[in-house]
Design a protein around this ligand. Structure first.
Ligand code: ACM
Ligand code: ZN
Length: 544
């Protein structure tokens, strides 16, 4: 009899295990550990569910707000809050200092949902997971209480990398505050935590600097924009910039979603927007006849590294930038600096001679060092594109590797921190299909979803060197992206792949591309209900 009971129990357990496998909700980025509860056990979210937020830290309010943002989509109203647990039907948020900084445990039981986290950020990520456990039908058919049933389950999760970034170019095309906020929402849903905001360029300066008003009065405008691939000109004036008020609003919006903004001010190249506003910044001064650029690519003009006034300008600008952005990192660009004008500029040559520099690459390194000193003095750290390695770089500079992974590898070998954004995996302005038939025009390249997902940020690094990889980032350059709809189309779903590389274990043996793609497809239904456009090219570059 005992034997019969035992085998009966085994059959029941096996059936439940089966249910566990088939019923596990699709979550992206993939959590560290998911354990399903008994089949047919659910927590039912209703207008009577209460939020009991016991987190007690300064950011705790953001968590209650986020619960209500989710719930309002479903029920059309906010939940009541309570300061202690009385009875069941609560979403309880508790502190657990034994967890990783951004980690969480999400426990869904028929009685309550319990979230444990060390930080408010962790609790926020638990809610992003919860959002994907809520059946997508509930978002598709809001206020249908029948479908707001959450399966009993437990998720234990923490990110692999501390830096999970996305870069948006707001200079080639300018994006409204609303569009930037939507990008931040998209990042938040993917548990990304660093928004790299590319704010200055040859084609337009986009950040208000009080001390230099012409940067935005003149430098944010261009007479017209090229058409096609630098084939013609459209004759239409173009411009736009963020006031300091806009910036404060966006910084706050991002902070409530646990996203730190890393502003990028391009030094010393990509700076025609600044040079046309203040020609004395350039090697050729007034004779330079500088004009904000109407073409794509890199203009040959550069800021003069021979003049002290240029350094004063950079420091003044960064002084205001530091006040606006509380994060520890400031990005100073440094990529593709065209150094030809430096070769013929008497002041730049004098600087080279006086400082015993070997060449113009070392002059750029001199600039980077001085700017880094300024940032460090003000309690900030410098990030630069991988070109800053060329003339020698300080040990404390962080390298953003974009020309493939080699800059990041070199940095890690030298003991410099690096962020991996290799163009052949992370450039979301590249085409998503090989034949390009069903896509809008793009800059070139070919990065299908599976290629982004195949990024191994640790490739070619020893275990010791791997410690210097802070994380990964997707970059969206916007020359060929004129509308918010197209911006989202280029970002999604590839941003999902890079979010997962940043959050989940990126080791190749831990990844299953086809399984990932199924989850990405499922997540795209949520994109649709949130009104986000996305590319439908999930399978290009993968064997079906
Ligand atoms: C870059 O793509 N120029 C960083
Ligand atoms: Zn010069």
């Amino acid at each position: 009899m005992k034997k019969v009971l035992l085998s009966l129990l085994a059959v029941i357990l096996a059936a439940n295990i089966h249910a566990q496998i088939t019923d596990a909700p699709s979550i992206l980025p993939k959590p560290t550990k998911t354990t399903m509860g008994l089949a047919n056990c659910f927590f039912e979210l209703t207008p009577d569910t209460k939020i009991v937020n016991l987190l007690g830290d300064s950011d705790a309010k953001s968590i209650t707000k986020e619960v209500n943002r989710i719930v309002q989509e479903l029920l059309g109203e906010k939940l009541k809050t309570a300061t202690s647990v009385k009875g069941d039907n609560n979403i309880i948020i508790r502190k657990n200092n034994s967890l990783a900084t951004e980690g969480y445990i999400l426990d869904i039981a028929p009685e309550n949902i319990i979230i444990q986290a060390k930080s408010a950020a962790g609790a926020f990520y638990a809610l992003q997971t919860l959002k994907q456990i809520i059946p997508v039908q509930a978002f598709e058919t809001p206020i249908d209480l029948e479908v707001v049933k959450l399966p009993a389950m437990k998720v234990e999760d923490a990110p692999h990398f501390a830096y999970r970034g996305f870069m948006l170019d707001c200079s080639r095309h300018f994006w409204s505050v609303e569009t930037v906020k939507e990008v931040i929402d998209i990042m938040a849903m993917h548990k990304m935590n660093r928004f790299h905001w590319h704010l200055t360029e040859d084609q337009g300066w986009r950040i208000e600097i009080k001390k230099y008003p012409l940067l935005t009065e003149i430098g944010s405008l261009r007479e017209q924009t090229t058409t096609g691939h630098n084939e013609g000109l459209d004759g239409i004036p173009y411009g736009g910039y963020y006031s300091q008020k806009d910036i404060k609003e966006i910084v706050k919006y991002a902070a409530e979603r646990f996203i730190t903004i890393i502003p990028e001010i391009e030094i010393p190249g990509h700076s025609l927007g600044a040079l046309c506003a203040y020609p004395w910044l350039g090697c050729r001064g007034e004779e330079g006849n500088y004009k904000t650029w109407s073409y794509w690519g890199v203009s040959p003009q550069i800021a003069c590294a021979g003049k002290e006034s240029t350094f004063k300008f950079w420091e003044d600008v960064l002084g205001e930038v530091i006040k606006l952005f509380p994060g520890e990192y400031i990005h100073i660009g440094g990529d593709e600096a065209p150094r030809d004008e430096w070769k013929v500029c008497p002041l730049c040559q004098q600087r080279i001679k006086e400082n015993g520099l070997k060449n113009e690459a070392e002059l750029q390194s001199y600039v980077t060092h001085r700017i880094e000193e300024y940032l460090n003095k003000h309690g900030r750290k410098l990030i630069g594109w991988d070109e800053i390695l060329e003339g020698g770089v300080s040990q404390s500079a962080t390298i953003m590797s974009w020309r493939g992974a080699s800059g990041g590898i070199k940095a890690a070998q030298k003991g410099n921190y690096a962020i991996m954004t290799p163009n052949d995996f992370c450039y979301l302005d590249y085409f998503q299909t090989k034949d390009r038939k069903d896509e809008p025009d793009a800059i070139g390249g070919y990065v299908p979803l599976a290629k982004s997902y195949s990024l191994n940020p640790y490739d070619k690094l020893t275990a010791e060197q791997q410690k210097y990889i802070l994380g990964v980032q997707g970059n969206l350059w916007c020359e060929y992206i004129p509308t918010p709809m197209q911006l989202q189309y280029m970002a999604l779903p590839r941003l999902g792949a890079l979010a997962e590389i940043g959050w989940s274990n990126p080791a190749p043996e831990k990844k299953d591309t086809n399984e990932f793609i199924e989850r990405a497809k499922h997540l795209s239904r949520y994109y649709a209900v949130f009104g986000w456009n996305f590319a439908k090219h999930f399978y290009d570059g993968v064997e079906e």
